[in-house]
Design a protein. Structure first.
Length: 500
């Protein structure tokens, strides 16, 4: 008699062969495991556990995936996982009948089953379902990762997110929080009179941000088109048209590098409100993100990247020049010339390359970017960015070198960007022209001239506040994730040789 070898001790190839042999036998017996079109479910694992006193002794019908099997005699214990969690199944020969019990013994971990049975507690006090019958709803031909090691290789986890979700419960929680956060954003904005809209993903002009676009080709029109790098310019057109509060949650595409904070496609919410400014956007952003933490997690205090983050409203607000002075000692507000700015930047170890204009504003921004940003841990609004790096923001009336703009930083990560929107068409055209000149010099991130947007501004854009928020970064914060790929279900990955 051949020695029984548990599947856990077989090679992967042998396990796959055993499962395919089982499938062939089922087909031969007329028991196609893929023929079932529906299964009537009356309850789920979570509902049973939370309402045990009321459901004890009741007959229930559940469906889910077998995650473990213990015992090979006349009693088998299994863990079944459905959308709500896991529950133990108690399978006994005397209560199932010989044929049904024999069929059940052949089921593999990973198989999808429908089960019917009574709710009870075992002698050890574990809430379980005592099976009367079971139906194989879908056969798993590949084994799940080994129980104690699981699916831990990050590349495999991202490529096979379906397996990652099956075997790593914490991953499911991340995406449940992501869904709740997006729902919170919609509810928050809808409750304040905003209208959700949709704008084009494909555009004939790349604009609304400083980023390198993806380029595709429209065959019928025979023109190159750009996948959007922002939704800003279309949304502001709608404000011109009288839609005074609009927002869009959608995918953005930027043909740039990949690191723990960046993925080539990511999700943002951009919103625009007439008759307010960047101060109003600061108040709104603080309220939105802090209320999301309180509603979803039940607390203002979260852990992220090894830091205790306090999201209690009342976040710090400081100008970019103030931040640079505080953290480096360099006082850009005490100088005016580009030459003095270059010397001041060099004194704190910041030097600009030839690809960037050597202006007061660019030196201020680079000092912040290189020396200050990494030190901002608790929520901090950095305001009053230089005009040189803010082509769509309104100039400050107090200092025309600066704009009414802010970025929110938490754990040295930018969470969102906002302006008092530039509504002067003459100034906007001049700034677009400057972007065109930079692009002609080889800056692939510089913007293009959008003459239709200028036309829209000439019909008059009211004073407007605008805000763009990185959905993925906010979810990273709320789930204590250290990589953006942890919070995107299907992050961008390089193709494997056998994928082509």
């Amino acid at each position: 008699m051949a020695k029984f070898v548990p599947q856990s001790e077989m090679s992967l190839t042998d396990q796959v062969k055993v499962r395919r042999d089982k499938l062939a036998q089922l087909m031969q017996e007329g028991k196609n495991p893929y023929a079932q079109t529906k299964y009537d479910v009356t309850s789920n694992s979570k509902a049973i556990k939370e309402n045990y006193d009321a459901m004890e002794g009741q007959t229930v019908r559940l469906a889910g995936r077998l995650m473990s099997k213990r015992g090979m005699g006349k009693v088998i214990f299994c863990d079944m996982q459905d959308f709500a969690g896991r529950i133990q199944l108690y399978v006994k020969f005397d209560e199932m009948g010989e044929e049904s019990f024999s069929d059940f013994r052949k089921y593999d971990i990973g198989d999808i089953v429908g089960v019917e049975g009574d709710v009870f507690k075992t002698q050890r006090g574990e809430i379980s379902v005592r099976l009367k019958n079971a139906t194989l709803l879908s056969k798993s031909l590949l084994p799940l990762p080994e129980k104690f090691h699981g699916l831990t290789d990050v590349e495999t986890r991202y490529r096979q997110r379906y397996v990652d979700l099956i075997v790593n419960p914490e991953v499911r929680r991340i995406f449940e929080i992501r869904s709740k956060f997006i729902s919170h954003v919609r509810s928050f904005l809808d409750g304040r009179g905003y209208m959700e809209v949709e704008t084009p993903v494909l555009n004939t002009i790349s604009g609304g941000a400083a980023a390198r676009p993806f380029i595709t080709h429209h065959n019928t029109l025979d023109i190159d088109m750009y996948m959007r790098i922002a939704t800003e310019l279309h949304l502001k057109r709608l404000v011109v048209g009288g839609l005074e509060r609009v927002y869009e949650i959608g995918r953005i595409f930027r043909n740039e590098g990949m690191d723990p904070k960046h993925n080539p496609e990511f999700t943002t919410v951009e919103l625009y409100q007439a008759y307010t400014d960047f101060h109003g956007m600061m108040d709104l952003f603080e309220d939105l993100l802090s209320s999301a933490a309180k509603e979803i997690l039940g607390t203002y205090h979260v852990q992220w990247l090894g830091n205790d983050i306090d999201l209690t409203p009342g976040w710090r607000r400081m100008t970019m020049a103030e931040a640079v002075k505080e953290y480096t000692g360099a006082d850009f507000m005490a100088i005016t010339s580009d030459e003095d700015a270059e010397a001041l930047a060099a004194s704190v170890g910041v030097v600009l390359g030839k690809e960037k204009e050597h202006t007061w504003g660019n030196f201020l921004y680079e000092c912040f970017d290189q020396k200050v940003e990494e030190q901002l841990i608790q929520p901090t609004f950095i305001t009053m960015h230089p005009v040189d790096v803010s082509p769509l923001a309104k100039r400050s009336t107090a200092d025309p070198r600066l704009t009414e703009r802010f970025e929110l930083f938490i754990c040295h990560s930018e969470m969102g960007n906002a302006f008092s929107e530039l509504n002067d068409p003459i100034d906007q055209k001049a700034r677009f022209q400057k972007q065109v000149e930079l692009r002609d010099k080889g800056d692939e991130e510089a913007g293009m001239m959008d003459t239709d947007f200028i036309t829209a501004l000439e019909y008059a854009l009211p004073p407007t506040g605008g805000l763009g928020i990185g959905i993925d970064r906010c979810v990273m914060l709320l789930t204590n994730s250290d990589s953006i790929r942890e919070v995107i279900l299907f992050p961008t990955m390089k193709s494997l040789p056998n994928d082509k």
